[in-house]
Design a protein around this ligand. Structure first.
Ligand code: PFF
Length: 455
């Protein structure tokens, strides 16, 4: 495929919105709160912010450089920039990570569709926190419903993927991102004004670094990669569609702050409400789904029509945010199969969708009827989450930083970061330093620490 055959993102705003659309999703609104809750709150958040700043932003720029320079899918990109070397395995690992994440992520994305229906049929009205927990558990334990929603969600992703890059991804991101943002702010304000919300705010803001262990560090690092869609070539694939005048460092900064702001807002929605109604912050993957209906119920109880309206709107936007993320994961695998194996885009997409439906069904059932089948004490769903977010993505990020910091010709990075000398190079020096020293060392130390070797 030549350069000109490949699609392009039409506008500058489109580039940022599509990349931010990939980054902002269930990772921010569902995964960030439950990881924060599992790892004790504020200290986790501080470390997470450090990971975004010191690993996330430079590695995102590196992915952008690799993608735009090669104009290729993520595995093909290494083939082009480092022909005949084993670097292509970094790309291939990314494709595998994308496939695995898409499988279990779509399960949760499917839950959002169920909650749209619940909100629309007014089934939150009059329920207590305990009843929300019970109804979530009975839904997830049902062998059919979550599976059907998972399939619906993957088919929607499939449909947009076969429609092409620009029209599908760009348009949907442009409309929904600003509305989602506004609604999150409204919900955060409602949540912090609930009675007893103060304990939740304290949980978010008052760090207790004495509780920080290897698991917290790995969790925060994994969350940073997951949330920014890094380490698996997703943004590298998107950058292969960027225009030559896209400002790569600025795009990375914009995506990072938008993504972080959404995660923090989600924290300010979930924890004050959870503490207010007595839900444990370490409730795990159910946290968002058992806490949020309480916010609607408590904050708008006197205006039921508004509660229904806002809850429907919220779950629709959440589903759309998840959709812009699933599209980006699907694109990584589809572009790889399409370009590397000469399959038509349609056929490549069908293979990805079909494979993810099969794996996704197993993930979904592993939370219900298949609960007792575990590996290393984890259900298939949790295992996929652990292996991808805490191992594959940070490992991918480590290799990307070594590739960009040590292997790739400095000239390539300088040209891409400065758009062939038309932009100032100030930030290049900082990014080059972080990629060369801080990312490999920092990520390496967190891994070694997790293995217990530092003690
Ligand atoms: N960043 C997405 C989120 O926060 O929901 C999830 C994700 C998308 C992870 C794309 C990895 C990826 F390549």
């Amino acid at each position: 495929m030549t350069k000109s055959d490949r699609a392009n993102f039409g506008s500058k705003l489109g580039v940022i919105l599509a990349s931010a659309g990939s980054a902002v999703g269930l990772g921010n609104i569902w995964r960030f709160p439950f990881e924060t809750g599992n790892h004790g709150g504020a200290a986790f958040i501080f470390i997470y912010l450090g990971c975004i700043l010191f690993f996330g932003i430079p590695i995102m720029v590196a992915e952008f450089v690799i993608g735009r320079r090669s104009r290729s899918n993520t595995a093909g990109a290494y083939q082009k920039l480092a022909p005949g070397t084993h670097w292509r395995w970094v790309g291939r690992m990314g494709v595998l990570a994308g496939f695995l994440i898409l499988s279990y992520y779509s399960v949760v994305a499917g839950w959002t569709l169920e909650y749209i229906c619940e909100a629309a049929t007014d089934s939150f009205e009059g329920k207590s926190a305990a009843e929300f927990i019970a109804s979530f558990n009975s839904f997830v334990g049902n062998p059919w419903r979550p599976v059907i929603w998972l399939i619906v969600f993957l088919l929607a992703t499939h449909f947009i993927i076969v429609k092409g890059v620009e029209k599908g991804i760009e348009k949907s991101s442009k409309i929904m991102m600003p509305i989602l943002f506004l609604l999150l702010i409204i919900l955060a304000i409602c949540s912090v004004s609930l009675p007893g919300a103060g304990a939740g705010i304290e949980f978010l803001l008052k760090p207790d670094f004495s509780k920080v262990d290897a698991g917290v560090l790995l969790g925060a690092m994994g969350q940073a990669f997951f949330s920014l869609s890094l380490g698996m070539g997703c943004l590298c694939t998107y950058a292969s569609y960027f225009r030559n005048d896209t400002n790569l460092p600025r795009t990375a900064l914009n995506v990072a702050w938008i993504d972080t702001l959404v995660a923090i807002l989600a924290g300010f929605i979930i924890f004050p409400a959870a503490f207010s109604v007595g839900i444990q912050p370490d409730a795990g993957p159910s946290l968002l789904f058992i806490t949020l209906p309480n916010v609607f119920q408590q904050a708008f109880g006197s205006l039921p029509w508004l509660a229904v309206l806002l809850s429907i709107l919220f779950y629709i936007l959440l589903a759309l945010a998840a959709l812009t993320s699933t599209i980006s994961m699907h694109e990584v695998v589809t572009a790889y199969l399409h370009e590397e194996f000469n399959l038509s885009r349609g056929k490549a997409a069908r293979l990805v969708t079909g494979g993810c439906i099969v794996l996704g069904i197993f993930c979904s059932l592993s939370l219900g009827v298949g609960k007792e089948y575990t590996l290393f004490g984890l259900t298939l769903f949790d295992l996929f989450d652990f292996v991808t977010a805490k191992l594959m993505l940070p490992l991918g990020g480590l290799f990307i930083s070594i590739f960009a910091g040590w292997y790739l010709d400095k000239k390539v990075i300088r040209e891409e970061v400065s758009n062939n000398g038309t932009l100032k190079l100030g930030i290049y020096h900082i990014i080059a330093f972080l990629l060369k020293y801080i990312c490999p060392l920092g990520i390496g130390i967190i891994f070694i620490n997790e293995l217990g070797l530092l003690k």
